[in-house]
Design a protein around this ligand. Structure first.
Ligand SMILES: Nc1ncnc2c1ncn2[C@@H]1O[C@H](COP(=O)(O)OP(=O)(O)OP(=O)(O)O)[C@@H](O)[C@H]1O
Length: 266
């Protein structure tokens, strides 16, 4: 069980002129600080898939970076099966597989070498790494490019390699930041199948997306963040029921909800 409670993170605004017009009007801007995440809470059980939704700039990536220990929050807690992630980031990193939208591959290494390098950093035996890479290449349809240098990979090839790299250590929680952004229909289907397999193995998956069809297909739970605060946190069925199964309408409805509503949801 993953419990995220009361997360908050603000960033110092180095140059206010560089803020977008939308950010200048955002109530999260307080003097020289931008409160990207103000109050985010959600839970995800064993074998559940949680979809993290929210408009651009809502605070999804910031939340997922805190969850994966890439960022330290100003407030709040992250517990994985009762273990405090923030107090033990090194132990937590072994348990979490994180796909970030910003971490690149090493261009001079092949896809296989990129994945194997991460496996070695986790201290995994070379033969086990080789076997896992073969298995993931089957699941993610990577054999045709696995032994090419990553510098010329298409975005789909990069994304599949990054996903394989994120889960080489068989983490007990997988966190994916917009895993299907920029992918074609076939690659999206392959990544969706891969998430489905993780779920079938009992591995919880938390992923952010703007694609409501992916949420409908895969998720057990839905969390919506708006302007840095959780406005909805409940089952897919209850999200869907907000608007008689019309996911876009349900999403729009959550954006007009008060933060307090999220606390009352299951
Ligand atoms: N390091 C930082 N310094 C200053 N502001 C930041 C920093 N990181 C994020 N922000 C701001 O915090 C807000 C939330 O950003 P975040 O990337 O978490 O949103 P998001 O929900 O993932 O958006 P998107 O859907 O567009 O990817 C944005 O206004 C962003 O500009």
């Amino acid at each position: 069980m993953i419990n995220i409670s009361g997360l908050a993170k603000r960033f110092a605004v180095e140059n206010p002129k560089k803020l977008s017009e939308q950010e200048k009007k955002d109530p999260r801007l307080k003097g020289r600080f931008f409160n990207s995440v103000k109050d985010v809470s959600f839970t995800c059980g064993q074998g559940e898939v949680l979809g993290l939704l929210g408009p651009n700039g809502a605070g999804k990536t910031t939340t997922l970076r805190i969850l994966s220990t890439a960022l330290t929050p100003d407030k709040g807690s992250v517990l994985i099966n009762g273990e405090d992630v923030l107090a033990n980031p090194l132990i937590a990193r072994k348990k979490i597989g994180f796909l970030s939208s910003s971490t690149g591959l090493y261009g001079r290494l092949t896809g296989r070498e990129n994945i194997a390098y991460f496996g070695q950093l986790h201290g995994i035996d070379k033969q086990i790494i080789a076997d896992r890479i073969d298995e993931m290449a089957d699941l993610l349809d990577m054999h045709s490019f696995l032994d090419r240098r990553a510098e010329n990979f298409s975005s789909g090839m990069k994304q599949k390699t990054s996903i394989a790299r994120a889960v080489i250590h068989e983490p007990s929680l997988v966190v994916l930041d917009e895993p299907t952004t920029g992918l074609d229909i076939m690659a999206t289907g392959t990544v969706m199948d891969f998430i489905h397999r993780l779920k079938a193995k009992g591995t919880p998956v938390i992923f952010s997306t703007h694609h409501l069809d992916e949420v409908q297909l895969l998720c057990d739970r839905v969390t919506v963040i708006n302007q840095g605060e959780t406005v909805f946190n409940d089952t897919l069925a209850n999200f869907s029921a907000l608007s008689d199964g019309q996911m876009h309408k349900s999403f729009m409805k959550t954006l007009s909800m008060e933060t307090g509503v999220a606390q009352k949801c299951g």
